[in-house]
Structure formats: C-alpha cells, structure tokens
Ligand binder design. Structure first.
Ligand code: ASP
Ligand code: MG
Length: 451
C-alpha cells in the first residue's frame, strides 16, 4: 500500500486531475490511497468568504462563493461529461455552496467568526475536490471510492490546528480504508480535514494535506508516501537565487528540517514526521513531470558533507559584550530570559569568553530587548544582516568541507559562524547584501563542476 497526495496545483483543474488519474493508473499494483488538497487557491477563497461576511461585506463574500461554485461545476463537468455520477456530483457542489451562502449570512449577522466555524468553511475545499476526483476516476473506469476524511482522521478540538488522535486514526483506517484496498478499490479522500470524536469538522492547519497523507500512511503502515506537487523535488539551493540548483535525490529528515527553517517548504518536516518515525520513506514528485526522479527521504540517505545551501536576508544581529559577568553561572539564562520575556526567538547564537551574539528574524520588540540587555553590558545592533546555512549530515565528519566553505566566501566578511554539535548545519552570518553572492560562491564550490 502507498499513499499518494496531490497538492492544490496538482488538482487545480480538469486537466491536472486527468494527470493525477494517469499517475495513479500506472501504480495500481502498489495499492494506492489517494489524498487530495482543495482545488488550488480554493482554501484561501473559502476563508476569505468567512472573513468578508463577518466584516459585513456580504456582497463580496457572495461573489467569491459564486466564483467557487462556477469553478467546481465547470471542472466537474469537464471531467464527468456523460458519467452516471455527473448529476450527483453537481448536486453536491450546488448544495454545498448554497449552505455556504447561508453560513455567510449568519457570519454577517453575528459579526464574528469562531475557529470552529472557520474549519467548517475551510474543509469544504477538500470535501468537494475529493468527491470530484473520485468520480473522475470512476468515469475513467477505475474502481474508486470517495472516503470522507472525517470518518478517518480523528482529531482533538483545537480548531484550525487540530491535533491528530493517532490511535483513533489507525483504527478508523483499518475499518474504512484497508477493506477497500483489499477489494482492489482506490480510496480517494481529502487531506487537511478531520473530525472530533463527536464528528465536528476540524482541520489540521494550513498546508495540512501533507500531514494527512503522512498520518494515513502511518496508520496503514504504507510502503511509501508520495507527495505530488508542482516542483521536481528539493533542490541544492533556492532556484530563484541559484539557477544552477540541482535536484536532491535523497535527503535525510534532519537535513530537510534544517532547510525548511530557511524557507524550503517543499517537504515540511513537521508534517511528514509521523511517516518518517515509522521508517516510511516520503517522496516528492512533480505531477507535471511524473517521469522525474523526485526527492526521497529514506532512513539510509548517504551521509554527504554538504547536501544543500540556504540563505535568508533581513536578519538582525545583536551583540552583547560584558567582561564582568560572562561565564558566571546563570548568565546565559538571564540573557536569554530577556528574549523570552519579549516573546522573540533567537536564531543563530555564538558565544565567546566576553560576548554573546544572536540573530533575530522578528524585531517587533527590539527596542525593549536592547533596553533590557543594556543592563548586562555593551549592546550593539546590525540590522542589515543575513544568514547562510551549509547543510549536510556528514559535515562534521569532513573538516575539509568547513575549510572549503570558508575559502569559498573569499573576501566576504563573516560576522558569526556556528557548527552545531550534531554537525548538520554550518551557519554563517554575513551582511545582508552579501547573502546572494555568498550563496553563489558556496553553491559553485560544492555543486557546480569547476572548469
Ligand atoms: N487546502 C489546504 C490549504 O491550502 C491544505 C493543503 O493544501 O495542504 O492550506
Ligand atoms: Mg496547498
């Protein structure tokens, strides 16, 4: 059994859904469970409906509802012309958006939204896309069944970011999904959506369909989880910055986690954790280029010194110098309490005998932080900083890689450098405008063949 999840762009319209069916048709022997997102952009629009209505903009809300209705009807009609299910699916779409229009009126009257009502609205996208996709499979001659995600994905009632009940999901998956698979049928369900024990609709948080796929994969002990999206996989750098970035074929979970912290959102570690913890490999594939190799997160990814380069601009560096108190027991704790008190997380940290330097992404409370830090010593701030990460599970095994990284930077001044004891991320702080040239130099050194 495998779980194949298709993101919003992979089910954006009838043509994209057609490609989904082709992809699955080639894998029937692997007993796929199909998990789909809402049609691309639908979740944002649904949430917009709720917000606009509750702010009194009922007309704007109704216009969005009618756009969504028309789009769902149009794509369903394109997929299902002449299908015995076509009327039933169109009816379901109609009823759903009629109900949404009533909800919008209620939100207008109330003038506020609750997290619970937001989930009821947000879930519509996946509940409809999964019914359309299931019917499209049947119309193409495959034995596929729509499965309501609320019958499988049990959660608590933390609406808008509900937490899964892993045992409940495992039990429901055995009852609902496994018998279908054993009969040679293809279960098709929406991601993102769940329900409480009393069957109130919940969602797992934005982008939650990967999490659904990973939870379902873990529940049925799948052989693999495939995340089908609109990029080829994870790359050795952000291709907008480094056009020569290359596909990473195998990456460890920890490396993916480091890169995600730098904005590489292709594989979000938190969402694939349930699968990875059970040793189930997670793949990323491009639904527009299904023949591509994709990226895999296996347990035994080869340990390379450097797997990828990442960078982020607009960081702020705060340096504290104090000859009196450093290394006194509890000193660092008191310093970091300042950041905690002002609800600001620190990113890179380096220390020396007489100084502590940190970088911050969020500077909302910077003035108050600086004021409090001044009690410990001299404080200085460099707002135009940037952070580079050289990521590789084998980084600490090969000292030459660190030397190569420093040498690659040439004249670029490094303000802070840190290598975690687990040796997976060599982090460097440079001036903001040096982030891009530094990434180019590092990428060339580690990934581009030298002439
Ligand atoms: N449709 C949901 C969202 O846009 C979930 C997902 O696509 O993963 O957040
Ligand atoms: Mg999405």
């Amino acid at each position: 059994m495998i779980v194949c999840k298709f993101g919003g762009t992979s089910v954006a319209d009838a043509a994209a859904i057609g490609r989904v069916i082709d992809i699955i048709a080639a894998k029937l022997d692997r007993q796929p469970v199909v998990v789909v997102s809402a049609l691309g952009g639908a979740t944002n629009q649904l949430l917009d409906v709720a917000h606009k209505a509750s702010q009194g903009e009922l007309l704007a809300a109704v216009q969005i509802i009618e756009q969504l209705r028309e789009r769902h009807l149009r794509e369903a009609a394109a997929l299902l012309s002449g299908a015995p299910d076509a009327d039933e699916v169109a009816h379901e779409i109609g009823v759903t958006f009629d109900e949404l229009a009533h909800l919008a009126e209620a939100f207008r009257t109330l003038g506020y939204l609750t997290p619970r009502s937001l989930d009821t609205v947000a879930a519509i996208g996946e509940l409809l896309s999964s019914q359309i996709v299931a019917a499209a499979f049947r119309h193409r001659g495959f034995a596929a069944d729509f499965v309501d995600a609320r019958d499988v994905v049990r959660t608590n009632d933390f609406f808008t970011k509900a937490e899964p009940d892993v045992d409940g999901i495992a039990q429901a998956a055995q009852q609902v999904l496994v018998p279908l698979i054993q009969q040679g049928r293809i279960p098709v369900m929406g991601g993102f959506v769940g329900a409480t024990a009393s069957r109130v609709t919940t969602t797992l948080g934005r982008g939650g369909s990967d999490f659904s796929a990973s939870l379902i994969g873990a529940a049925i002990d799948a052989e693999a989880i495939e995340i089908w999206t609109d990029v080829d996989g994870m790359l050795t750098a952000d291709p907008r910055v480094i056009p020569a970035a290359q596909l990473i074929e195998r990456i460890s979970f920890e490396e993916a986690a480091e890169l995600a912290a730098f904005g590489a959102k292709v594989l979000h570690p938190a969402t694939i954790a349930p699968a990875v913890q059970r040793g189930i490999p997670v793949y990323v594939f491009n639904s527009r280029r299904p023949e591509g190799k994709g990226t895999m997160t296996p347990f035994d990814a080869p340990r390379l010194p450097v797997r990828a380069i990442a960078g982020k601009r607009s960081a702020t560096m705060v340096k504290l110098r104090s000859s009196r108190m450093l290394l006194a027991p509890g000193f660092l704790r008191r310093v970091f309490e300042v950041f905690e008190r002002h609800r600001t997380s620190v990113d890179v940290v380096t220390t020396s005998e007489v100084s502590v330097s940190v970088t911050l992404d969020d500077t909302h409370n910077l003035a108050a932080i600086l004021q409090d830090l001044a009690e410990f010593g001299d404080v200085s701030v460099e707002r135009r900083s940037g952070v580079l990460a050289v990521v590789g599970a084998g980084l600490a095994d090969v000292s030459a890689a660190l030397a190569q990284a420093m040498a690659a930077l040439g004249p670029i001044k490094v303000h802070m450098a840190s290598l975690s004891a687990t040796g997976i991320n060599f982090t460097l702080v440079v001036d903001d405008e040096q982030v891009v040239p530094a990434m180019q130099r590092l990428h060339a050194t580690f990934f581009e063949v030298q002439a």
